[in-house]
Write a protein that binds this ligand. Structure first.
Ligand code: MSP
Length: 539
C-alpha cells in the first residue's frame, strides 16, 4: 500500500454562507489535486465542515433548532456547493460525525495520559464571536477591543490547558530547517517572527458545559467539551484514521481501539484497499494543507505542536492563500459587497469561474474581484484566445479536409514540448497562476501560427496542399495538448476539446502531452464554440 498525495482544505464553519473566499480555496485545492492525478500520482483530497462551537450553538438556538438538525440542514447546502464546483474530493468530513469524534477523544486521552494538559483557573476577557480569550495585548491604544471581536465579556473559569511553553524552540528550528514547510515565504517569515518575538501562551483546550455544550466531550472530564479549534484541526488525521491509515492507527493505539468502533465508511471504497471490511489507505503525513492567511497561526503553530505531542510526523506543507475583496472593499454580507460564486457559475459557466480566480490571483497575495476584470479575461483569454483557436483550427479541418486528420507534422512540437515542461514544473510547485500563464503561451503561439501560415490562403492553392496538411495537423495537435494541460483547471472545457477532436477518454494524464498523439485519418467530432461571446446579442 503506497502513500497517497494527501491534500486538505480548511473546513468551513457550517453556519457561514458559502462565498467567493470559500470557493476560491476549494478550487485551488481541486486544481492541485487534479494536477497531481494528471502527473500520475494517487491522490486523496479532503474537505468538509467545522460544526461545533458557540457560534453554531447560538445560531441554532436563534432559529429554535436542535444544533445537530441545524448542522444537518446546512451541511446539505455545503455539500451541494462542493458538487457545483466539481471538486474531486475523496471524502467530506463533518466534525459532528462519530468517526471524527472518536479520534479527537483518542488524542485527548493520549495527551492527557502523558501529561500534556493541566487544569487551571483563569480570569479574563473572552470574545464569543472569535471564541477566544483576549489579553491586554489585544487592546487598541484607547483600551477598547477591536469591534471585530464582537461582545467581550469578563469570565472566571476553570479549564484544561495544553502546555506550549517548552515547544517554541523546536518549532522555530524546524521551520528554519524546512524552508517549504510554510509557504509562501512571506507567511513563513510571519510565523517565524511571531514565534521569535512572543512567548507562547498555553492553549485552553476545553469549555465548561455550563457555558457551552455543543462540542466533543473531554473523555477524562464530563463537565467539559473540547475547544472548537482543537477539535477542528484533528479532522486532518481523523479521516485518515477512519480509512485505516497505518501511521495514525499505530500511533493512536490503544486509545483508538478502546473507543466504540466507527460506523463510517469511505466515500469511495476501492476493492484492493478493503481488508476484512476495514478500509486501509496510507495518507499521513499530509502533503499540503491549503488554508487562508487568517488561520495561519492555528496551522503553523498549534497544529505542529499538537502533532508532535501525539507522536505523529508533521505535514509537508502549509500553503496559505490570500483574501479576496470585491471592488477594493472587504467582502461582507451586511454591506452587500459579495460575489455569489453560484450566480457567476450560472451565468458564465464553472470553467470561466475557475479560470478567473486562478489566473487573476497567485496563491499568497490578496486579490480583488471586479466584474469588469472577470468579463475582460473571459472575452480576451477564454473566448478570443483559447475558444477562437480551437474553433478556427477544427473548423478549417472540417472545411478543407472533411474533418479528417492529415499526416503528422512537427511544426510546433518544440514549442509545445518546452511549454509542457514549464507547466509541469509549475504544477509540481503549486504555482497555478504561473502554469496558466505558460499554457496561454501555447494558446498565443498557436494563434500567431495561424496568422503566420494563413491556412485560408494556402487552401486556395492546390500546390500548397501538403503545407496546408502540415498546418492543420499542427493546429489540431496543439488543441489536443492544450486539452491535456488544461484538465486540472478547466475540466469540462478540456473534455469538450477532446470530444470535438473525436477522441475518446478523458485528457486527464499529462503523459499524453507527448507530441504526435493525433493519428492520421482520424475523424473529428462536431465543432461547437467553447466560450460563447457575451458581448454580442444572443439569437
Ligand atoms: N473553521 C475554520 C477553519 C478550521 S480548519 C481546521 C474557519 N472557517 S471559515 O469558514 O471562516 O473559513 C474557511 C476558509 O475560507 C479559511 O481558510 C479562510 O481563510 C477562507 N476565507 C474566508 N473568507 C475569505 C476571503 N474573503 N478570501 C479568501 N479566503 C477566505 O476559519
Amino acid at each position: 500500500m503506497s502513500k497517497r498525495f494527501y491534500i486538505t482544505t480548511a473546513i468551513d464553519y457550517v453556519n457561514g454562507q458559502p462565498h467567493l473566499g470559500h470557493a476560491y480555496e476549494k478550487v485551488i485545492s481541486d486544481v492541485i489535486a487534479r494536477s497531481r492525478r494528471s502527473l500520475g500520482e494517487d491522490v486523496f483530497f479532503l474537505t468538509g465542515l467545522d460544526e461545533h462551537g458557540q457560534k453554531v450553538q447560538q445560531a441554532a438556538q436563534a432559529e429554535g433548532k436542535n444544533p445537530q438538525a441545524y448542522c444537518d440542514e446546512l451541511a446539505a447546502e455545503w455539500k451541494s456547493f462542493a458538487a457545483r464546483l466539481e471538486l474531486t474530493i475523496d471524502d467530506f468530513v463533518r466534525t459532528t460525525e462519530p468517526r471524527h469524534k472518536e479520534t479527537v477523544q483518542a488524542i485527548l486521552s493520549k495527551l492527557h495520559a502523558v501529561g500534556h494538559f493541566y487544569k487551571a483557573s483563569y480570569k479574563g476577557f473572552y470574545s464569543t464571536k472569535e471564541e477566544t480569550f483576549l489579553t491586554d495585548k489585544d487592546r487598541r491604544p484607547d483600551g477598547t477591543f477591536d469591534p471585530a471581536y464582537g461582545e467581550v465579556v469578563e469570565l472566571v473559569e476553570e479549564n484544561y490547558y495544553f502546555k506550549l511553553k517548552d515547544q517554541q524552540q523546536w518549532l522555530i528550528d524546524y521551520i528554519e530547517a524546512n524552508p517549504s514547510f510554510v509557504a509562501p515565504e512571506n507567511r513563513r517569515n510571519e510565523v517565524l517572527g511571531f514565534l521569535k518575538n512572543n512567548v507562547l501562551e498555553d492553549l485552553c483546550i476545553s469549555r465548561p458545559v455550563t457555558r457551552m455544550n455543543w462540542g466533543i466531550p473531554l473523555p477524562f472530564d464530563k463537565d467539559y467539551v473540547t475547544y472548537v479549534w482543537f477539535d477542528a484541526l484533528v479532522n486532518y488525521v481523523s479521516i485518515p484514521a477512519a480509512h485505516g491509515d497505518p501511521t495514525i492507527v499505530r500511533t493512536l493505539n490503544p486509545q483508538l481501539s478502546t473507543l466504540p468502533p466507527s460506523p463510517s465508511a469511505p466515500a469511495r471504497p476501492r476493492g484492493n484497499e478493503m481488508e476484512a471490511g476495514k478500509p486501509q489507505l496510507s495518507l499521513w503525513p499530509a502533503d499540503v494543507h491549503v488554508i487562508g492567511k487568517d488561520i495561519l497561526k492555528f496551522h503553523a503553530v498549534y497544529w505542529p505542536i499538537m502533532l508532535k505531542a501525539m507522536g505523529l510526523p508533521l505535514p509537508k506543507q502549509i500553503l496559505a492563500h490570500g483574501w479576496w475583496q470585491k471592488d477594493g472593499e472587504k467582502i461582507s454580507k451586511s454591506t452587500g459587497n459579495i460575489v455569489d460564486p453560484m450566480a457567476v457559475i450560472d451565468e458564465w459557466g464553472l470553467d470561466a469561474f475557475r479560470f478567473y480566480v486562478v489566473r487573476e490571483l497567485d496563491i499568497g497575495p490578496d486579490g480583488n474581484w471586479t466584474d469588469a476584470g472577470f468579463q475582460a479575461r473571459y472575452s480576451a483569454e477564454l473566448a478570443n484566445g483559447l475558444g477562437n483557436l480551437v474553433n478556427r483550427s477544427l473548423s478549417m479541418l472540417k472545411r478543407y479536409r472533411n474533418g479528417i486528420v492529415p499526416a503528422h507534422s512537427n511544426d510546433l512540437a518544440a514549442d509545445a514540448g518546452r511549454i509542457t515542461q514549464e507547466t509541469t514544473a509549475q504544477l509540481r510547485a503549486c504555482k497555478l497562476q504561473g502554469a496558466l500563464q505558460s499554457i496561454w503561451a501555447l494558446v498565443n503561439r498557436a494563434n500567431l501560427y495561424v496568422e503566420q501560415t494563413a491556412p485560408f490562403r494556402l487552401a486556395k492553392d492546390l500546390a500548397q496542399a501538403k503545407r496546408l496538411d502540415s498546418v492543420l495537423y499542427t493546429l489540431c495537435e496543439c488543441c489536443r495538448i492544450l486539452a491535456v494541460l488544461l484538465w486540472p483547471f478547466l475540466p469540462s472545457t478540456s473534455g469538450r476539446i477532446y470530444a470535438q477532436l473525436g477522441l475518446g477518454g478523458s485528457p486527464d494524464k499529462l503523459s499524453a502531452t507527448a507530441w504526435g498523439g493525433l493519428t492520421e485519418g482520424q475523424q473529428i467530432g462536431e465543432v461547437v464554440p467553447l466560450f460563447p461571446r457575451k458581448d454580442q446579442p444572443t439569437k
